[in-house]
Write a protein that binds this ligand. Structure first.
Ligand code: UD1
Length: 429
């Protein structure tokens, strides 16, 4: 498996173009199952996760064409017919969001058999809210041998659904099913993440009737059929935030382009509080940091949007390892999402974790070491730490990074980082 080697100490200066949002792209791809017409998605990120979902969709009957369009990478998906309504374990296990094909399959084909995603390294991550919502929409659900069997032979029916707490995936999944249900669906305590608005916009372009996406109450008037559309994927706010934190860690001045700073306002406010210079513009954000001056430790809780995103918690913790003072980080979205803490400690960070709370006492220096992480955002936090550590940091299991970051090392090295990919047989790329 490839590794990433970073020699810390170089400042970052230049521009980094931000890719389309992974977490949006994979739900938009699943939406293509709802119509027999082509769905053209532009500003597509090319990632292991999108390739992977493409393979699953092909198995279900989709034609998936990846090509270079005028405005960058695009994917055209067309499912003239559902040839199989079965998503097997080996495919769902590899990427949890594959589970989101369940709703569209039931909505369009009237039945589906989809593997439960199984355990996950960032906590239990159940799918009970997804299943309850589909039941409320009239699907009968049975669980056997790790599979969900869903049936709605006479179609889904609109319903009132109130979630007990915010779930991004369950909100998206309910939208993906309710658009073809008979009658009105009201989703209360809906997630407000920008990816929900993006999905609703795409579904609306396909002919769906949706109001209130991006607010806690979403109303969907079901339609009999959806058509094709062209839709541009929103910029990846987690990639934006990650590079913003990388620039803050290394020092220098980096402009992040093709993005939306309003999507990461909670992060930018915390970065300003820590002493990082931020200049917001319509479709870019510039990060400026004088690395001779130490940042201040700041404290934060992860929250649903528009709060501080859990997907940037690990990266911010990396920044705090060198800040002046103590930072208290509370993770309120996922249990067990501090696996990066012991790896950061290998670089010299001082972190104590108790339940859902981590205390980071800033140190003066980090030192390069061999590290590894078991999830995507945790892995990239180690890259960020490596940018400021003395000597060489080697991040193992790059597989995780490739799932969610497009050309990570190319984007960072274009701004001056000393970072390279090393093949397992030690041949450098
Ligand atoms: C999505 C994102 C992920 C991000 C997370 C929170 C994708 C592919 N992934 O994940 O990167 O970290 O939102 O912003 O978009 N829960 C239940 N039952 C359910 C569903 C969720 O108990 O049926 C719990 C989860 O375990 C978690 C919390 O709800 O504790 C929030 O999870 P959710 O918002 O659903 O996250 P995902 O959609 O899985």
């Amino acid at each position: 498996m490839d590794r990433i080697a970073i020699v810390g100490g170089a400042q970052l200066n230049g521009e980094i173009p931000i890719s389309g949002a992974k977490n949006s792209a994979i739900k938009l791809m699943a939406a293509s199952l709802l119509t027999d017409q082509p769905l053209r998605l532009t500003n597509m990120p090319r990632l292991a996760d999108t390739r992977f979902l493409g393979r699953l969709l092909q198995r279900l009957g989709a034609e998936v064409v990846e090509r270079d369009g005028e405005a960058g990478a695009e994917t055209v998906l067309r499912t003239s017919e559902i040839v199989s309504a079965i998503a097997p374990y080996d495919l769902v296990r590899q990427m949890r969001a594959s589970f989101n094909v369940l709703g569209p399959l039931v909505a369009r084909a009237g039945h589906a058999k989809v593997s439960l995603p199984g355990g996950c390294t960032i906590g239990a991550r159940p799918v009970d809210l997804h299943l309850k919502a589909l039941e409320a929409l009239g699907a009968s659900i049975d669980l056997h041998e790790g599979y969900v069997y869903a049936q709605a032979p006479r179609g889904l029916k609109g319903a009132e659904i109130e979630f007990p707490f915010v779930s991004v995936g369950a909100t998206e999944h309910t939208l993906l099913a309710a658009v073809l249900a008979d009658g009105e669906t009201v989703i209360r305590k809906a997630a407000c993440e920008p990816e929900i608005g993006d999905l609703a916009e795409c579904l609306t372009a396909m002919g769906a009737q949706i109001e209130g996406a991006g607010t806690p109450t979403i109303r969907v008037k079901g339609v009999a059929r959806l058509g094709g559309a062209t839709h541009s994927v929103i910029p990846d706010r987690i990639e934006t935030g990650t590079f913003a934190l990388a620039a803050a860690m290394a020092g220098g001045e980096v402009r992040l382009t093709k993005t939306r700073s309003d999507f990461i306002e909670a992060l930018l406010l915390k970065m300003e509080e820590a002493g990082v210079g931020i200049a917001r513009a319509a479709d870019s954000v510039t990060i400026k940091r004088d690395s001779a001056k130490r940042l201040k430790a700041v404290t934060f809780d992860t929250e649903p949007y528009p709060g501080f995103p859990t997907d940037l918690q690990a990266q911010f913790m990396a920044l705090m390892t060198l800040a002046d003072g103590e930072s208290v980080i509370r993770e309120s979205i996922f249990e067990n999402r501090f696996m990066h803490a012991p790896e950061l400690a290998r670089l010299g960070a001082e972190i104590t974790v108790q339940g859902g709370e981590a205390r980071v006492t800033g140190v003066e220096k980090l030192f390069g070491a061999q590290v590894m992480a078991t999830d995507l955002r945790a892995s990239v936090s180690l890259v960020i730490a490596g940018l400021a550590a003395r000597g060489e940091t080697v991040v193992n299991r790059v597989y995780h990074l490739d799932r969610g970051f497009e050309r990570l090392e190319a984007k960072l090295s274009a701004c001056g980082a000393d970072i390279r990919r090393v093949r397992d047989n030690s041949e450098e790329l």
